[in-house]
Design a protein around this ligand. Structure first.
Ligand code: ATP
Ligand code: MG
Length: 261
C-alpha cells in the first residue's frame, strides 16, 4: 500500500463575494514509502494547495486523502513541512535553540534535546554554527536550520514547498545535494514542490506535472531512473528526461499565460 494516497481530490476555495474558485479537481496520486516525489507545474496551478491538503492544513472539498491508510484529520507530527518562502525561525533563539524548540514542546529532556539538535545540525552541515542567531546567518544557512528543525522532529514524511527557491545557484546546488544525502540516510518519504525542471530531475524518483489551473490535476508522471552520476545537467540521459518533462509542461505554461490575460 502506498504511504500517501490521494484519490479524486478537489479543492474549492469559497469566496465571500460568491465566486468560488476550483483550484484542483479530480487529483489522484500515490506516493510510496521512501519515495522522493517532485510536483512540478506553472505558477498558480495548485501545487501549494495539494501540499497543504496532505499536510492537513486545508481539508479537501471532495475526494479522499490517506496517510498509511488512515484519512487525514489535520496536521500531525508524522509530516514535517517546510513552507514556501519560509522565514519562520525564532529570532531570539540560537540556531541550536530553534532546532531544539519542537523537541522541548514534545517534552524531551535537556540532554536528549541537545544530542538530537546537534545530530541534525551536523546532518545539514551546520554543526559549528549552532550558537548563532538567525540575524547572523545567511539565507542558505537559515534554510538549513529550518530543514534541521523539521528533521529533528523525526517525521515520516517531508513536505517541502519550493524550499530552495530564494537561494543563489551555488547554495541551491549544495542544498539539493545535502537533501539527497539526508533522504538517502534516513529513508524519508518526500513530497517536494518546485517549478525548476533541473531541480526536479536532480532530486526525484518520479516527477508529477500538473495542468495549468483552474481545476488542475496531474497531467502525467515521469519516472527518473537516473543513477547518481547521471544526475548532471550535461549528461545525455539527464537531457532526455529534461526534454520529456519540458514537453509536458510547455503547453501548460502557454495556457497559463493565455488565461492570465
Ligand atoms: N486561500 C485561498 N483562497 C482563494 N484562492 C486561493 C487560496 N489559496 C490559493 N488560491 C488560488 O488557488 C490557485 C492555486 O494556488 P496555489 O497556491 O496552490 O498555486 P501554486 O501552484 O502553489 O503556485 P506558485 O507556483 O505560484 O506557488 C491560485 O489560483 C490561487 O489564487
Ligand atoms: Mg505555491
Amino acid at each position: 500500500m502506498a504511504l500517501v494516497q490521494l484519490a479524486g481530490v478537489s479543492k474549492v476555495y469559497r469566496s465571500l463575494q460568491g465566486s468560488d474558485y476550483v483550484a484542483v479537481q479530480d487529483f489522484s496520486l500515490d506516493i510510496q514509502a521512501g519515495e522522493f516525489f517532485c510536483l512540478l507545474g506553472t505558477s498558480g496551478c495548485g501545487k501549494t494547495t495539494v501540499l497543504n491538503m496532505v499536510a492537513g492544513f486545508e481539508p479537501a472539498s471532495t475526494g479522499d486523502i490517506r496517510i498509511d491508510g488512515r484519512p487525514i484529520e489535520g496536521p500531525a507530527a508524522d509530516r514535517g513541512v517546510v513552507f514556501q518562502g519560509d522565514d519562520s525561525l525564532y529570532g531570539w533563539l540560537s540556531a541550536m535553540g530553534n532546532v531544539e524548540f519542537g523537541l522541548r514542546m514534545r517534552g524531551l529532556g535537556r540532554r536528549e534535546r541537545a544530542e538530537k539538535a546537534r545530530h541534525y545540525l551536523d546532518l545539514v552541515g551546520m554543526g559549528s554554527q549552532g550558537h548563532k542567531h538567525p540575524a547572523e546567518l545567511s539565507g542558505g544557512m537559515k534554510q538549513r536550520i529550518q530543514i534541521a528543525r523539521v528533521l529533528a522532529n523525526e517525521p515520516q514524511m517531508l513536505l517541502m514547498d519550493e524550499p530552495f527557491a530564494a537561494l543563489d545557484a551555488h547554495t541551491r546546488a549544495d542544498m539539493q545535494h545535502e537533501l539527497q544525502r539526508i533522504c538517502r540516510a534516513t529513508g524519508k518519504t518526500v513530497l517536494f514542490i518546485t517549478h525548476d525542471i533541473d531541480e526536479a530531475i536532480i532530486l526525484a524518483d518520479r516527477i508529477g506535472v500538473m495542468h495549468a489551473g483552474p481545476a488542475s490535476k496531474l497531467k502525467g508522471i515521469v519516472p527518473v531512473t537516473l543513477a547518481e552520476a547521471e544526475r548532471e545537467r550535461t549528461h545525455d540521459r539527464f537531457m532526455a528526461v529534461y526534454r520529456q518533462v519540458h514537453e509536458m509542461i510547455r503547453d501548460e505554461v502557454a495556457i497559463a499565460l493565455q488565461r492570465a490575460h
